[in-house]
Design a protein around this ligand. Structure first.
Ligand code: PLP
Length: 386
């Protein structure tokens, strides 16, 4: 790649740039402070102290107690452990029904599908055409043998934000544990697990300027977690494996800023997003915005562009230095139309002709102008090719 090539990174839902603060905090733990947190000598104790410090920061950021924070390798692992733990507890109590939504991330969906092969029944609630799930849909789906409700805080493709405190209240009233995949929400929506009634929550470092390779599962102390990785007694026996100390430290270094700066960043990003949506709507005929315009993450734009294949558009955008996606990054190797877009009622052609742009505070007005200049031309070019 030429150094002169202009790059506009508009795929922050896929991953974010590692912040300088996270990088600086990690460096000592990649070099001189390399001890194993389980070791008794001071090099090990220093690493253990750094992990504890990060755990406190994560707990503070989401209103949890420090013992309720479990470090995992990623958001997917956190989702899997939450669901498998609730299923294990449910099975013991004769409760083998799970409620989730049809447009969850595959980390949730595939885990639920696996549990179906093990005799669990799963209800997949369909969001409405705006990409929203109502508390009453959740109430209607819960049965006497439901052992878990898992509904994502914000969708990774269309960015829609669910009424999580209201859904959690329904679960509480019915006595069912509630998990939320908040991988796309932390750092964008204020979260307080206690005030919002959340029993379990997953998050992922690389979505908030921390490194890849670290996730978190918050689990209320009222519930018990079963390990999905067996071995040593790290994480108080709930997850075996030597801790990824540098990544955990990186997450601890930035999570406070991620949550305290939400409203300051939101204003700037929202203004850019609205200008981008309006500009694209004016300059490209036959496009629609997927997902509710108001109840969505401030940096998310998901469009269906009639008559084009999303994948072809991505390649042309890449040639112009614009990083975007069609569907989610984790499914980019799949040519199947997005399950998220299908769940809100789009037909196959509209789902395949989708484009996701996810901007954040690191973008600027020049980036928006550049996308507004290039995208209509590239769309025209593809449509002309028919
Ligand atoms: N859940 C959601 C909503 C996501 O967007 C992602 C990643 O894109 C994940 C889970 C998985 O997170 P990770 O990449 O840390 O496994």
């Amino acid at each position: 790649m030429s150094n002169n090539k202009r790059i506009v990174y508009a795929d922050n839902a896929a991953t974010t740039r590692l912040s300088d603060k996270a990088y600086e905090a990690m460096l000592p733990f990649l070099k001189e402070s390399f001890g194993n947190p389980s070791s008794v000598y001071s090099l090990g104790r220093d690493a253990a102290k750094a992990v504890l410090d990060a755990r406190k920061r994560v707990a503070d950021a989401i209103g949890a107690d420090v013992q309720e924070i479990l470090f995992t390798s990623c958001g997917s692992e956190a989702d899997n452990q939450a669901i498998r733990s609730a299923a294990a507890a449910g099975a013991k109590a004769g409760r083998r029904h799970i409620v989730t939504s049809a447009f969850e991330h595959h980390a949730v969906l595939r885990c639920c599908e696996y549990l179906q092969t093990q005799g669990f029944e799963v209800t997949y609630i369909k969001p409405d055409s705006r990409g929203l799930i109502s508390p009453s849909q959740v109430a209607d789906a819960i049965k006497s043998d439901t052992c878990l409700v898992s509904i994502m805080f914000a969708n990774n493709e269309i960015g829609t934000i669910q009424p999580i405190p209201e859904i959690a209240a329904v679960c509480k009233e019915k006595g069912v544990p509630f998990h939320t995949d908040a991988v796309q929400a932390v750092g964008h929506i204020p979260i307080d697990v206690k005030a919002q009634g959340i029993d379990m929550l997953s998050l992922s470092g690389h979505k908030l300027h921390a490194p890849k390779g670290v996730g978190v599962l918050y689990c209320s102390r009222r519930l018990s977690l079963s390990p999905i990785i067996f071995g040593g007694s790290q994480e108080r026996g709930r997850r075996a494996g030597t801790e990824n100390v540098p990544a955990i430290v990186g997450l601890g270094a930035v999570i406070g800023d991620a949550v305290s700066g939400i409203s300051a960043r939101r204003e700037k990003v929202l203004a850019m997003r609205e200008r981008l949506i309006d500009g694209l709507m004016e300059s490209i005929p036959d496009i629609t915005l997927n997902g509710d315009r108001q109840m969505r993450l401030e940096g998310n734009i998901n469009l269906s562009i009639k008559g084009i294949e999303g994948e072809s558009l991505l390649m042309l955008l890449d040639m112009e230095g614009i990083c975007a996606s069609s569907g989610s990054a984790c499914e980019s190797a799949s040519l199947d139309p997005s399950h998220v877009l299908k769940s809100i009622g789009l037909d196959e052609a509209a789902a395949k002709g989708s484009l996701r742009l996810t901007i954040n505070e690191e973008n600027n007005d020049d980036d928006i102008d550049y996308i507004l200049e290039k995208l209509p031309l590239l769309t025209q070019k593809l449509r002309a090719l028919g």
